[in-house]
Design a protein around this ligand. Structure first.
Ligand code: ZN
Length: 245
C-alpha cells in the first residue's frame, strides 16, 4: 500500500464526519462519458454541441431533438455503480460518511445504497409533467418513441438542471451546510472548474481536504492529501483495508 493510500485509510478510519464531493470522473469508471471531456460527447454526430442541446431554451423550442439526443447519449439505463459508489455507501452505512454531494445526474450513488445524496444537477432517473407536476420514472422516456407526454397531455421533462437553469436552492443550502460542518472532505473525479464546484469547496474549513483526481486541479495547493489515481480503485482499496467492503 502506498503511503498516500495508507494516510487516506487512517483518515477514513478515524472520522465519523466525512463528506464526499464528486464529479463526472466518479461515473466514467461505470462507462458514462464526461460530456465535457475531449473524448466525451463532443465528438458526436449531432448538429449542436451538447451544451446547446442540453439547455433550457433548446428543450423548450426543439423538444423532439432534445429527446433524440437525450435518449441516445444521456440515459445509460444499464450503467452500474463502481467501487467508488460502493465504498461511499459502505462508509455511510458504517456511520462515517454524512453526505455525498454530486454533480452527476446518473443516480448511481443511490443504486449503490447511499442515502444522503445531494444531487446538484438533479437526476435523470426522475421526470415530471410540466403542466400538472405528476412524477414519472425513466421508463416513460424509454417507452415513448418521441416526446414523452403525461396522461394530461403535458410535456414530461427530466428533473435535471439544464444549461441556463439555476440550481435547486434547497440542495445548494444542504450541500453548503454539510461541507461547512465536515471534518473530512474528499473531492473526487472533478477538475473543480465547473460551477458551482469550486465555490462549494470554499466552505470547507477543516484540515483534511483530500483530492483524488487523475489530473491537477486549481485546488491542489489547498489540499492536505492528493492522490492522482483512479477513484474507484483508491476508495475501494481504502474501504476494504478498514474491513467495510
Ligand atoms: Zn400532466
Amino acid at each position: 500500500m502506498s503511503s498516500a493510500l495508507r494516510q487516506l485509510t487512517d483518515i477514513l478510519q478515524n472520522s465519523d464526519n466525512i463528506v464526499f464531493f464528486g464529479g463526472a470522473g466518479v461515473s466514467t469508471e461505470s462507462g458514462i462519458p464526461d460530456f465535457r471531456s475531449e473524448d466525451g460527447l463532443y465528438n458526436s454526430e449531432y448538429k449542436y454541441p451538447p451544451e446547446t442541446i442540453l439547455s433550457h431554451s433548446f428543450f423548450m423550442k426543439q423538444t423532439s431533438e432534445f429527446y433524440q439526443f437525450y435518449r441516445a447519449k444521456m440515459l445509460h439505463p444499464n450503467a452500474r455503480p463502481n467501487d467508488a459508489h460502493f465504498a461511499l455507501a459502505a462508509l455511510e452505512k458504517n456511520g462515517r460518511l454524512k453526505a455525498v454531494v454530486t454533480q452527476n445526474v446518473d443516480g448511481l450513488h443511490h443504486k449503490a445504497g447511499s442515502v444522503n445524496v445531494l444531487e446538484l444537477h438533479g437526476s435523470r432517473g426522475r421526470y415530471y409533467c410540466m403542466t400538472c407536476a405528476e412524477n414519472y420514472t425513466m421508463d416513460v422516456v424509454l417507452e415513448a418513441s418521441d416526446i414523452p407526454l403525461c396522461s394530461c397531455g403535458g410535456t414530461i421533462r427530466p428533473d435535471v438542471v439544464l444549461f441556463e437553469e439555476g440550481l435547486n436552492q434547497h440542495v445548494i443550502e444542504k450541500s453548503v451546510q454539510s461541507i461547512r460542518e465536515a471534518e473530512v472532505l474528499i473531492v473526487g473525479g472533478t477538475s473543480l472548474n465547473v460551477y458551482p464546484a469550486a465555490g462549494l469547496i470554499q466552505y470547507y474549513s477543516g484540515d483534511k481536504l483530500i483530492l483524488i483526481n487523475r489530473d491537477e486541479t486549481q485546488y491542489d495547493g489547498h489540499a492536505n492529501l492528493i492522490i492522482r489515481d483512479n477513484i474507484g480503485e483508491t476508495l475501494g482499496a481504502a474501504v476494504r483495508a478498514i474491513g467495510l467492503m
